[in-house]
Design a protein around this ligand. Sequence first.
Ligand code: FAD
Length: 463
Amino acid sequence: MSHYDYDLFVIGAGSGGVRAARFSAGYGARVAIAEERFFGGTCVNIGCVPKKLMVYASHFSEDFEDAAGYGWTVGERRFDWPTLIANKDREIARLNGIYQRLLTGAGVEVFEARATVVDAHTVEVGGRKVTAANILVATGGRPVRAREPGCELSIVSDDVFYLDRLPERILVAGGGYIAVEFAGVFAGLGSQVTQIYRGPLFLRGFDADVRAFLAEEMPKKGVDLVFNEIIEKIEKTSNGLAATLTGGKVLEVDQVLYAIGRQPNSEDLGLDRAGVELSGMGAVKVDEHYRSSVPSILAIGDVTDRIQLTPVALAEGMAVARTLFNDEPTTVDYRDVPSAVFSQPPIASVGLTEEAAREKHGAVDVFRSSFTPMKHTLSGRDEKTLMKLIVERAGQKVVGVHMVGLDAAEIVQGLAVAMKAGATKADFDRTIGIHPSAAEEFVTMRQPLPDPEDGQAAARAAE
Ligand code: FAD
């Protein structure tokens, strides 16, 4: 047994920190964790969970409309924001309790206080100094704040979950997944929504077809998309806020939501004092076993600014526990991490975009299908689904799967397993579809798109 108070001291009880603490304690380590705000971190309190509940809430408006085509008469519809927020808060409180009990049940000592690093083996928490053989920084990230004049009148994603009322008119600034998701949520709940993004098309990093497809679908649901512009200034008016855009237009809204990126929570933590190296963006730099430049100080999750997703933070927490306390050095495999955007319609992807696949593999075969989902044949809704498979031509391995459409996340999760197992296009082809489903389209796409670089793929398909 070491002479330190603990074998592991975890700072931050979010997705990664809780996982690392619980499993380390399960392996017999003496573990403590400090949380200054809420158990479960961003995901549970102001991220994935409440966001998805709001996506569900917002979808009912369409579901009621769609029911008419199936013979239903739906009576008066009214949405009550305070009811949604109160029910959401109750569910989050339940989850907070579960997270806390998971920790204490595993034998982890819990400090409900802010913690800072004093040196390589010392942490200050709640006015006390404690020592640990290892310190794990799992402090997450926070929204980047805007700097334009009047931006103090705006909100960020953290605030959305606690608004007193649903804004009748909202301007969402940003082109990442969080901006796109909230634009959809507010539109579904009945707000008048404009989304503004400085570039020519939102969702940088996603497949080009997926980005263009969503940009066609969102306006059908009432989101006004403005690209190649930013907000110049925001001013208070008698009637709300006036946002002046660089194109000269002035939008009258009730709220401006900035979702323009996230930054690591690494300031005022004592990391500099302990000699921990940070990147220019403030992310803790770590090696493949999550050790910082000070070997007894490790970091995982959003504070390392790599793939900012809960399942990645969980896997990293698990890897730290195994490496430190189960004699099982573990590194997370960051290839082919599937992800979803809960836009409306939703997106899910795994593997490479077409652009990245061409760059990595040279010749690729691309299979693409776009169709009206069966549900909307009777609902009459003008909403399409897009599916896309990217296959590296030489080995015929499927290297990219992309979908925009109903249930995309549920469908692509299974395909991510196939990709991880190295499935080829032939494996997809000999898989029997589930009928009638949208997902079966992924195993029945036979004809590659004509290759812009040569005609080989089309010729092979014709053989
Ligand atoms: P966090 O979960 O942020 O936890 C860090 C914890 O550390 C916090 O509880 C914080 O209070 C605490 N803390 C910080 N400093 C200290 C200190 N000095 N002392 C004590 N405690 C401290 N991911 C998905 O996979 N799917 C999604 O659909 C998804 N949707 C999202 C939607 C939104 C709006 C946002 C903001 C994020 C979303 N994410 C989603 C991302 C996901 O929430 C994060 O990747 C994940 O929470 C990162 O986990 P973490 O452990 O690194 O940090």
